[in-house]
Design a protein around this ligand. Sequence first.
Ligand SMILES: [Zn+2]
Length: 392
Amino acid sequence: MAVTRWLRRHSFCLSRRKRSLLLKLTVVALASFLFCEFLIYYLVIFWCRWPEVGTPAPGKRGPVLKAMFLADTHLLGEITGHWLDKLRREWQMERAFQTALWLLQPEVVFILGDVFDEGKWSSSKAWEEEMARFRQMFRHPGHVQLKVVAGNHDIGFHYEMSPYKVRRFEEVFSSDRLFSWKGVNFVMVNSVALEGDGCGICSEVEAELTEVSRRLNCSREQVPGSGQCAGGQQLPASAPILLQHYPLYRASDANCSGEDAAPPEERNIPFQEKYDVLSREASQKLLWWFRPRLILSGHTHSACEVLHRGGVPEISVPSFSWRNRNNPSFIMGSFTPRDHALSKCFLPLEGTVLSTYCAAAGLLVVLTFARLECLTSPFLSVWTLLRMHMAR
Ligand SMILES: [Zn+2]
């Protein structure tokens, strides 16, 4: 009788302990998932701040345009992309982008090319699927503008580029070369077409760029009614910001520094013109046509700051995808017609996410083993009790 009572009491305790263990395991697993997949983006991006533009005289501060720049998202395609890699990277970028939109409230977002990894090969069906995923990831409210410049992975390198691929890209992302807002001019360059060999697409792009350059120069020289500058809509009299995928010519990344610059072993590898960077000739043309105050580019996946002829700064924006780096980032820019200031916003380190998951897995194992020891001890006690009873 005593044994039955004891067994009943212990079986009740046992199921209570099992339930408690299960509850603890669920809480740890859920908490680590919520932290790594949602909270960490808020915790990290929360600390990013819009940079202050200059110090204008009191009462003279005009409107400031807040722009976000990211590059090389490389949404994976159906040919080389593994579904798990695709799922993981796209989820990370979607969370980072949506959190940044919510916390930082930019007015315009620029993506500096290579939005897709396989845009250069995609069939029309695959392109539609990739576009649907892009729209889902980079969804944004109507008051936020999203502008995209073409990269070599979107329309192909010069030798792979075709009017069909360019048209397909521009039908979705617009073919406008100029974007003016709050007195600030942005020129969006199709840098893949600056090969300089007179190909059909190259000639068209060059003609469009020279026309934009003429209009910008007219607005800056304040002679709108005379000669070449007669007619047409007047643009803000402000030096433009060039946005493009390929960087202007530089010999290598040897002079680049910072935590997200190219790794030391890669920095001295010479860049190939028209492949890694624009040709010297195309770079000089852009500087001469536009006399920009700032250039932002992508393609290298690493950060760099370069000072070109005439003191024009160029910022290489690192890749936004964790597939390309452990510490992706984006640039935040505050712009007025005469001034600008930039800052960088780093996204969560992939290493932190992996460490958190490993720590959580370790904790789950410890909890399970600790409980298993407790769960097995009542069985041992029952066995001892039975042996004592039989011996009597
Ligand atoms: Zn590229």
